[in-house]
Ligand binder design. Structure first.
Ligand SMILES: C[S@@+](CC[C@H](N)C(=O)[O-])C[C@H]1O[C@@H](n2cnc3c(N)ncnc32)[C@H](O)[C@@H]1O
Ligand SMILES: Nc1nc2[nH]cc(C(=O)O)c2c(=O)[nH]1
Ligand code: SF4
Ligand SMILES: [Mg+2]
Length: 271
C-alpha cells in the first residue's frame, strides 16, 4: 500500500487509520545475519517499520522513506512472526523506528520474551525503551539529496528517476542532526555510532560530531565505538568504497564495519 512520499508526511502513516491501537506500519520482517556493526554475523530477526523523518539520497530502504509502503501488524502478530524464527536477537529498523510510539511497546514485549534488542536509528529521536544496543547512524552533509546529485558510484538519488524536490532536501538538511537526542541516546544505551562514509571528505564532519557528542555527555565514547561503514547498496558499489573506508578507519583509529549482507547476497530483498 503506497504512502504519500511528500516530505510533509513524516510518519509513514497513510490516510487509512491503523486497524488496532497497538499496530505498527511494517514494511518487511525477515530472518538474516546482522550485516552491520559490532554484532555482524549474528542470526537476527529484522522488523522494518515504514516512515522516516529524513530523505537520504542513498537510502537502501527506499520503500520506507522516499516511497513508504507497509502493512499494519499489531504487536501480537509481530511477536508471533518473530517467534517463528529460531533467533535470540531482534533488530528493529526502518525507516525510522523511533518515530512510532508503538515501537516502545514492541521493544517491551521483545525484552520480556528474552530477546536481545538492537535498534537501528538515525539518532534524531530519543525514546525510553529496553534497547540492548542502540545502533545510531547520524547523517552527514553527504547524505543530503539534491536535484543534480549523482553519487560517486554513479547511482542517481532516486531509483525511480524522479527529480528530488528542494523541499525534501531542505527538510533533510535542517533535520538530520539533533545533538540533544544523540547525546541522550549515547548517555542511556550501549551505543555504536555508525557513519555511512562516501569518501575522505566526510572525515572532518565525523571527527567534529564525535567531539561534540563527547562534550555533551558523561558517557565514554571510545574511538572503537565509532564505526565507519562504506556507502553502497550493491557489491559493485562497495567494491569502489570499502577499501577507502577501511583505510580511513585504520588511519583514524575508528572501527570499520562491513556490509556483510551486501557482500553475501548483494541487494536481494529480505536479506
Ligand atoms: C535504512 S537505515 C534505517 C534506520 C535509520 N533510519 C538509520 O538511518 O539509521 C539502516 C542502516 O542502513 C544504513 N544505510 C542506508 N543506506 C545506506 C547505503 N546506501 N550505504 C550504506 N549504509 C546505508 C543507515 O545509515 C543505517 O545505519
Ligand atoms: N542483514 C542485514 N543487516 C542489517 N543491519 C542493519 C540493517 C538495516 O537495514 O537496518 C540490515 C539489513 O537490512 N540486513
Ligand atoms: S534516515 Fe535511514 S531510513 Fe531514513 S532515509 Fe536515511 S537511511 Fe533511509
Ligand atoms: Mg539495510
Amino acid at each position: 500500500m503506497p504512502v504519500d512520499a511528500d516530505p510533509g508526511d513524516l510518519t509513514g502513516d497513510d490516510e487509512a487509520d491503523p486497524p488496532a491501537d497497538d499496530a505498527l506500519p511494517i514494511n518487511e520482517l525477515f530472518h538474516s545475519l546482522q550485516g552491520e556493526g559490532r554484532l555482524a554475523g549474528v542470526p537476527s530477526v529484522f522488523v522494518r517499520t515504514s516512515g522516516c523523518n529524513l530523505r537520504c539520497w542513498f537510502c537502501d530502504s527506499y520503500h520506507t522513506s522516499w516511497e513508504p509502503s507497509h502493512a499494519w501488524l499489531d504487536l501480537d502478530e509481530i511477536v508471533a512472526e518473530v517467534e517463528a524464527f529460531a533467533a535470540e536477537h531482534v533488530v528493529l529498523t526502518g525507516g525510522e523506528p523511533l518515530l512510532h510510539d508503538e515501537s516502545v511497546a514492541l521493544l517491551d514485549r521483545l525484552d520480556a520474551a528474552g530477546y536481545h534488542t538492537t535498534v537501528e536509528t538515525n539518532g534524531t529521536i530519543y525514546r525510553d525503551a529496553p534497547i540492548d544496543l542502540a545502533s545510531v547512524s547520524p547523517k552527514l552533509a553527504s547524505s543530503t539529496p539534491s536535484a543534480d546529485l549523482v553519487g560517486g558510484n554513479g547511482e542517481t538519488p532516486r531509483p525511480d528517476g524522479e527529480p528530488v524536490d528542494s523541499a525534501a532536501a531542505e527538510r533533510h538538511e535542517s533535520d538530520r542532526l539533533d545533538l540533544d537526542a544523540l547525546a541522550r541516546l549515547v548517555e542511556t544505551y550501549d551505543t555504536q555510532l555508525k557513519f555511512v562514509v562516501t569518501g575522505p571528505d566526510d572525515m572532518p564532519e565525523i571527527d567534529r560530531l564525535v567531539e561534540r557528542v563527547r562534550d555533551a555527555t558523561s558517557a565514554t565514547v571510545a574511538d572503537t565505538d565509532v564505526l565507519l561503514m562504506p556507502e553502497g547498496t550493491t557489491r559493485k558499489t562497495l567494491d569502489g568504497t570499502r577499501e577507502t573506508v577501511a583505510d580511513l578507519a585504520l588511519d583514524r583509529g575508528y572501527r570499520y564495519t562491513p556490509r556483510l549482507h551486501v557482500d553475501l547476497w548483494n541487494d536481494a530483498p529480505g536479506t
